[in-house]
Design a binder for this molecule. Structure first.
Ligand SMILES: *Cc1c(COP(=O)(O)O)cnc(C)c1O
Length: 358
């Protein structure tokens, strides 16, 4: 029989990262902190002795140990992925059967819906409130009414930067029958994690990543934490050698560097809060910035009809942020980067202001 590429795949557009070199990158929610010369030196020495001709440890046990020690979870309950992207894909491809229906919120991380369509999993969009928060009682009735059996969401949320309190997530777990996939990619910047409750729930998978607060987006390492039976299933379904030996070495070393991690997380959070306040003040001056959302993450979400123009004008000034319809998403940079961004934003807004746009 003649082969054709399925329509669902033909319609996909390959992910298009921002092309070109920009001096300031605030578009991908990465950490602005790069490893220190001492950390690099240490890694370099470790790399020399790696057994490159051998397959890596399929379960990345040492990485799990370091992760588990830092987050104070049982290492037996941790599965490592090639980024949490891989684990999200795995959950949709291997954990969603013919009778399952996935529920995702809008707005939320775009990969959830993309993976649903790639793997042909039926997907329902659970609405959020007009202010972009989740009203949990509404969400729970929606999930139960629509017979949704898997719910995936990011908490705090990318792109809205808003978080759901842990009591609310516990309510969701208790009042639905669904598997809850809780993506805590940004929880290092907030204090409502459910990691310490993982052993109490048999329908909960928590996803974590090295790409944001840990500052290692380049090595592609993510984690799923779940109870023993879900963990066995995750380990059985993942590709055996999914995390290469170099990434394992880096992740293990940096995740054991508690001082670095604590300092990085505190610094990024402080810079983001500062930027959040400055942007709120700017919005008072220029109400065309309609809403500056309070951030529980390392980025700030803004609603403005000028989103596309502002994004383009910032690019011309070699500052990259993210633009989505009427919204802007700005990751925090260091002090200098944030200051440069604010100055540029002010200039751009002043120009529109002069033209009578309010
Ligand atoms: C950035 C991000 C991730 C991380 O993906 P990796 O593949 O680990 O880099 C996961 N979930 C959300 C919501 C994110 O924003």
């Amino acid at each position: 029989m003649r082969y054709t590429i399925p329509d669902k795949i033909k319609q996909l557009v390959p992910y298009q990262p921002l092309e070109g070199d920009y001096q300031i990158r605030l578009d991908a929610n990465e950490s602005y902190i790069s490893l220190s010369p001492m950390q690099r030196q240490k890694l370099q020495e470790q790399f020399v002795n790696l057994p490159f001709h051998r397959y890596p440890d399929p379960y990345a046990k040492q990485v799990c140990q370091s992760f588990a020690a830092f987050y104070q979870v049982n290492p037996e309950l941790v599965t490592v992925g090639n980024g949490s992207d891989e684990l999200i894909g795995l959950i949709f491809s291997a954990f969603c059967g013919d009778n399952d229906k996935v529920g995702v919120f809008a707005h939320d991380f775009s990969m959830y819906q993309i993976d649903c369509s790639i793997f042909g999993v039926p997907c329902e969009v659970i609405p959020k409130q007009p202010d972009l928060t989740i009203q949990m009682d509404h969400a729970i009735s929606y999930i139960n009414q629509h017979q949704i059996s898997v719910v995936v969401f990011s908490n705090p949320c990318n792109p809205t930067s808003l978080g759901v309190k842990r009591e609310e997530v516990i309510k969701l777990l208790n009042e639905t029958q669904a598997l809850i996939v809780l993506d805590e990619a940004y929880m290092d910047f907030w204090d409502q994690s459910l990691l310490d409750k993982i052993e109490e729930f048999d329908r909960l998978i928590i996803l974590k990543t090295c790409s944001k607060a840990i500052g290692l987006a380049g090595i592609r390492v993510g984690f799923a934490v779940a109870n023993p039976s879900l963990t066995v299933a995750l380990k059985a379904a993942k590709p055996p050698y999914n995390v290469n030996c170099i990434s394992q070495e880096v992740a293990k070393t940096i995740l054991s560097d508690k001082e670095y991690l604590m300092t990085a997380m505190q610094q990024i959070t402080a810079h983001c809060k500062w930027l959040n306040r400055q942007l709120e003040a700017l919005a008072k001056e220029y109400p065309i910035l309609e809403v500056v959302y309070p951030s529980d993450t390392n980025f700030i979400f803004i609603k403005t009809p000028l989103a596309k123009d502002i994004w383009e004008q910032l690019l011309k000034r070699s500052i990259a942020i993210r633009h989505m319809g009427d919204y802007l998403r700005i990751s925090t940079g260091n002090e200098q980067e944030n200051q440069t961004l604010l100055t540029a934003l002010k200039q751009i807004l002043e120009q529109y202001h002069g033209e009578g746009v309010r």
